[in-house]
Write a protein of this length. Sequence first.
Length: 378
Amino acid sequence: MSPTTSPGIARNARPYLYGGEEAALAEALHAGQYNHGELTEEFEQRVAAFLGVPETVAVASGTAAIHVALLAAGVGPGHEVVVPSFTFCATVQAILATGARPRFVEVNPGTGCVESDEVLAALTPQTRAILPVLYGGRPVDLTETRPALDEDGVTIVEDAAHAFGSRQGTRRVGATGVLTCFSFGPVKNLTCGLGGMIVPRTPLEADTCRRLRGLGIVESAAHRAESTTYTVDGFGMRVQMSPLNAAIGLVQLRHLGETKTRRRELWRAYAAALDGIDGLALVDADVERTLPPMFAVRVFDGRRDQVFRTLRQHGIGVGVHYPPNHTQPAFSEWHRPLPVTEHLGQEIMTLPFHQNLTPADATHVACELDRALNGAER
């Protein structure tokens, strides 16, 4: 690592704080409300206003968001959920948590995202939901599948863990009329430390999600405080978002414009610095519409692992997002031949990407990557 390079380049990703998070967290700690509370509800309302939707439902993590959303969509034992194998394992674990089965499908290797023809070809009589993954924050438009899905009673549940702040056409992801799940984990575009959010389609679906996240209890926390009893009318989990996490998220949300500017600037700096380097291709994030949480490339000719090791040895925090799930031991029961995804899984590599880095850092990483690939001095 050169002495002028940010030490943050050794990290593939890291949280970025704007300075007000500690004070907000301390205030929430002193307020003494650590379960679901007023700050959680304020965060829900602020996110809903940002997205342009009537309401949102905050939960403990992005994984919990997918789990709750699938249950709210009626997914359960005996059902199949169409999902790309190319995603973090949490997506698949959420499906299994409902008792349903994953039906793995291919993605476009140039984007990392599933497309309509793959979705339609994968439908079976047992299909209850489609779970597109918005890889790298890129919107996934499955509009042309909607008539067939609606006819069969199949719900689209978006795994938009990467995509908070991205747009699909004139609308933000989360406001396009499908059941959408966000993650606010440590290294996302907006962090709560840990947290997630569901964008329901109807008031009834919102109510269902709230009961599922809160142990199946019908009454609100405020109502229960004034009552001698409460009603449990079905299954539920304890996956509410704490006000402590919401306090961090409220600060982060105020700075999302700056987040967008800086992340797009870094993405474009990488794209410019990598232009013309032989042996790799960029995964297209559609950065004009996307608030990118990562920068992914494909390394060709079976050289990914060698390049990965070389860069790590030189203090460059590259990563692999993600190994295909259909080849994992835990999911072997649902294995299908997916040659495109398998090949992509052998090529994919993510470069250090977070707001502690500068365009100069991107240039440095590009030079090291070029040397690892081609032995060139840039």
